[in-house]
Design a protein around this ligand. Sequence first.
Ligand SMILES: Cc1ncc(COP(=O)(O)O)c(C=O)c1O
Length: 365
Amino acid sequence: MKVPQIDLWAHHEPLMAEFRQAFERVVRSSQFILGQEEKEFEFEAASYLNVKHAIGVGNGTDALAICLKALGVGPGDEVMTSPFTFIATAEVIVALGAVPRFVDIKPDTFNIDPAKIEARITDKTKVILPIHLYGQATEMDAILDIAKRHNLRVLEDGAQAFGATYKDKKVGGLGDLTIFSFFPTKNLGALGDGGLITTNNDELYEKCRLIRVHGSPKKYYHTIIGQNSRLDTIQAAFLRIKLKHIDRFNELRIKNAEAYNEELKDIVKTPAVHPDSNHIYHQYTIRTSRRDELKKFLNEAEIGVGIHYPYPLHRQPVLSYLGLGEGSFPEAEAAGREVMSLPVYPELSEEQRNYVISKIREFFG
Ligand SMILES: Cc1ncc(COP(=O)(O)O)c(C=O)c1O
């Protein structure tokens, strides 16, 4: 039996008739940039996330860059973040001439360890950028409390956490700004690139909106240096269709995760969920010291798995200039050696899931 890590065709096939209608609607309207569908999507996404403003942008990476610019981050400023994330989180900091100031993660949730943040704050620190990794909300109360006491802003990377909650509130309106990615494999994915910024802050909303369209409050009139990063109207139309099903998609992920937990908890480290967070399992990530052998064994059995992420950011060649050697962030480094994400996508059948479980049990004998 073949079990891919993710099956996008199984995910999209039942929605094809609606996608076709949406495609025709957008082409007939001839509105391809922003336009009505995009406005509707921003409104529906903001309502779903229970946040005042949503701004559709080109992708999650641009969303991060726009937010950092809106927060006034520039050369020499420091942004605190986790070294255990996708490169985009740190890349945008560096691209603005700022410095990523890493803080190690908690080994159970893989999210930034709030207890380690304060010791790393300097007089150059401007922003804390926590990631809701794998779809689990990070410990926001502790982070917001530190930010308040040190006069820092909080930008959340929710690229993997659309629909996740913290203390029963949806991720998206907890800090100053939040970003989401609609990369096709994300738990809410477009049929191409896409991203979103959300905020309850009117001033930051206006700034982000300006930055996404060349700093232009009206046509051919520019007040700040911006960029060009808008959510395509066609992607907004597709996302409106998928947004209607996001709770069901997330529930199916959770159902798969709970079944894995039950069957695997005695042989590998299954994901820990913080009592204040719900986990929507964008990724279902286990830990084992025999990760590489297990990956090879599962791949030979035609089971797709992902490694998110093998190299923590402070060990990436591109960031070697920071001089952060082996041992700088031991939890992130250990996680990089041990993590493995199993297929958890909503359409995974019980038969496929049981096959994955049986192969893992067979591996451990
Ligand atoms: C944690 C995290 N941040 C940022 C991004 C960047 O999003 P995008 O690929 O839409 O630019 C991603 C997605 O790949 C991500 O996983």
